[in-house]
Design a protein around this ligand. Structure first.
Ligand code: ADP
Ligand code: MG
Length: 686
């Protein structure tokens, strides 16, 4: 630990970032690298050799012994395979080797990564290629080189490649639009992302006593603790010393890796916390979030705790999300979602806002799909998570502006707010105070959008890639239209008005938890895609395939394979959960019921009553677990569509039935007989 040092002295010490590169790479080579990164062009071999050499010297000085191509397969996790620097040399000697070839390309045997039929096992080789736009870093004495991962025939097998491609698509189209707006300065446009990470901390000792936590990362049953989160005493509450120690250690580790962990606090549910880093460019933010999740788990272990990242570890209290803050800015540092201070900036803002709203309205099924998987199904649509219906919160002030544009009326939103519909627009939009509305899945918060539907354990790569792609598509349409207009400036206001009018329905500032919203959304024609299964046909729709292929993100085959992987993964998760629950009931709960019943002498009236009640619940459970096993049996030999139906309807319902009985039993049976830690024990232990 570096507690005695000032954080500034070790921040980024394990990262081969630009300032470190300056010390290890010849100046001319560094310049060429910077230029290549900026213009997305290919790095000359000679420069790569200089970088490899510098990287090796630096890594060895830091005590690294191995290197790895660090990539992000479709599991949503990260993968690594270590290679030693050491090779024999001469009779008894050795040398440390690492060349540009090893830096640039690797060949992990990748037969066991999901590919959705894109690559058969007999052509197992995929290759990983260095992503020079992210930084190499050291983890456990291993030099980790961020890479993309493809099959030999060039199909994308990872989460990073589409993210990079979407960034390029957005850059291309945004610069086009800016040129049409008269901006000749901006050379490139990038997305910035800050991913707030929620998590739970449990005591390791208790975690180990529950197979559901160990195998599924969440509890499959558990009666409500007498106290939940109703006192609001945890949220932003004083942080307990044990948790503070964890957070300090976590910050140290993250800072060493150059991750600017900034905010930390208690979250709403008991035992729930949040860490938010300072935002950075999308690609780096994605790498950093992957690392953050890994480091959180490791640091927790060191403290005899377990960090749970799953979306809904406990029923009845808040689940965990990952609020993805997303914005678009120019290389001159201008945020394109910032309302701005001049009429020109305002117009640009309104255009980008209108394009975003139109994009979300047209492709909300894709965004919904990006956050749809088994774990998040337990969270979305609950009373405390964003609803499963996508809408955009823009705040009341901005809503007034939007409506005044649509209805061609003057805007009188505030003292110095004025809006003249016509050639120039001037408005002052302050940060809306109502952005505290936490019920929206996608909220405008002053100069960025916050995508709150994303689940706590998932990779942010796809959600961000789809936001980028949708925006790229809309800006492309804007540019196409303005390029052919006689008077682009005149056409612009009309275009903004049309986009806003046609897509007004996606704006919703009200309470997303309200039942009335479900009905209202249906009236507006917005689909309520309640679970993963319902997103499966939507994800690979012709509309989305067109969007993703035309913007160069995926081929049709890649989209379809990704959907297959989504279904497979969903079914695997549900099946594992069902099997785990089955085992816990058969081997734990029935034993507890029997022992408890045997302990009752039945000499007293109350004992007789309890005997009856618990005995009856035992019978109910026996029937419910029988159904669970029957559906598990039906999975054998079923095709993909049938498996999806079994998992998403029958198995899920059977698990719910079992749970209801088990939870009742838990409240009746003498605690000495109950084999698993309860919610009170799990949630109020620290
Ligand atoms: P909260 O949502 O808790 O009120 P903020 O909205 O201020 O907190 O910030 C949350 C996250 O948003 C942080 O990770 C922060 O770095 C990030 N963020 C702030 N500004 C931007 C921006 N322009 N683009 C992307 N992310 C941003
Ligand atoms: Mg926020």
């Amino acid at each position: 630990m570096n507690n005695k040092k000032n954080a500034g002295e070790y921040f980024g010490s394990l990262v081969f970032n630009e300032s470190t590169m300056r010390d290890y790479i010849p100046g001319t080579s560094l310049k060429i690298w910077q230029e290549c990164v900026k213009t997305h062009s290919v790095l000359p071999e000679k420069i790569a050799a200089d970088i490899a050499d510098g990287m090796k010297r630096w890594a060895l000085e830091q005590g690294a012994t191995h290197y790895t191509h660090w990539f992000q397969p479709l599991t949503g996790e990260t993968a690594e395979k270590h290679e030693g620097f050491l090779i024999p040399s001469g009779r008894d000697g050795f040398r440390m080797e690492f060349s540009s070839k090893e830096l640039i390309q690797g060949e992990p045997d990748a037969s066991s990564f999901p590919s959705g039929g894109l690559r058969s096992t007999f052509e197992a080789r995929g290759y990983s290629a260095w992503d020079p736009t992210s930084y190499a870093f050291i983890k456990d004495k291993v030099l980790c080189i961020p890479t993309v991962f493809c099959s030999y025939s060039g199909e994308v097998l990872d989460k990073k490649t589409p993210l990079l491609r979407s960034g390029e698509a957005l850059n291309r189209q945004a610069v086009r639009v800016l040129r049409l707006l008269g901006d000749n300065e901006t050379e490139s446009v990038t997305t910035n992302v800050g991913a707030e990470q929620e998590y739970f901390l449990l005591r390791k000792e208790q975690f180990m006593q529950r197979e559901d936590l160990r195998l599924c990362g969440r509890t499959l049953f558990g009666a409500d603790a007498p106290k939940k989160q109703e006192l609001d005493d945890h949220y932003y509450g004083q942080i307990k010393p044990e948790v503070t120690a964890f957070m300090q250690d976590l910050n140290d580790e993250l800072w060493k890796l150059g991750i600017c962990a900034k905010t930390e606090h208690n979250e709403v549910a008991p035992a729930q916390y949040e860490m938010a880093p300072f935002f950075t460019t999308a690609n780096l933010a994605n790498d950093q979030n992957q690392l953050t999740m890994e480091i959180m788990k490791r640091v927790a272990e060191k403290h005899d705790l377990v960090c749970l990242l799953s979306e809904k570890p406990f029923a009845g209290i808040n689940g965990s999300g990952k609020h993805v803050n997303w914005s678009v800015s120019t290389d001159k540092g201008e945020n394109l979602f910032s309302p701005g201070k001049t009429p020109a900036e305002n117009t640009r803002f309104l255009l980008f806002l209108a394009a975003f709203l139109k994009g979300v309205d047209e492709y909300y099924e894709l965004l919904r799909s990006a956050a749809a998987y088994a774990g998040n199904d337990n969270r979305l649509g609950g009373q405390e998570a964003p609803p499963a219906i996508i809408s955009v919160f823009i705040g009341s002030e901005l809503e007034k502006v939007v409506d005044s544009i649509i209805h061609e009326k003057a805007y009188d939103g505030g003292e110095d707010a004025s809006l003249a519909i016509g050639r120039d627009v001037l408005l002052h939009i302050g940060r809306d105070n109502t952005d505290r509305n936490r019920t929206s899945p996608l909220a405008f918060t002053g100069n960025k959008f916050e995508f709150r539907m994303v689940g706590s354990s998932q990779s942010i790569a796809s959600p961000v890639a789809y936001l980028n792609t949708i925006m790229a598509q809309e800006l492309k349409e804007v540019a196409d239209e303005l390029e052919t207009a006689d008077d682009p400036k005149e056409a612009l206001m009309g275009l903004i008005r049309r986009m806003l009018s046609e897509h007004r329905r996606i704006v919703f500032n009200g309470n997303g938890y309200d039942e009335a919203w479900v009905e209202e959304a249906a009236r507006r024609g917005l689909k309520n895609l309640k679970n993963t299964a319902q997103t499966v046909p939507e994800y690979a729709s012709e509309k989305n395939i067109r969007l993703l292929t035309e913007n160069g993100i995926y081929s049709r085959k890649e989209i379809e394979s990704r959907n297959e992987i989504r279904v497979e993964k969903y079914c695997s998760v549900i099946t594992i959960e069902a099997r785990t629950l089955d085992q816990m009931i058969r081997r734990g709960i029935f034993g507890a019921v029997n022992a408890y019943l045997a302990s009752l002498t039945q000499n007293f009236y109350y004992e007789k009553q309890l005997y009856e009640e618990v005995g009856q619940l035992g019978n109910d459970l026996y029937a419910a677990v029988g159904r669970l096993e029957k559906y598990l049996g039906e999975l054998e030999g079923a095709g993909a569509a049938e498996r999806l139906a079994i998992c998403s309807d029958r198995l899920t319902a059977a698990m719910k039935d079992c749970r209801a009985v088990v939870d009742k039993l838990e409240t009746l049976i003498d605690s000495r007989f109950w084999p698993y830690p309860t919610y009170t024990e799990l949630l109020f232990a620290i």
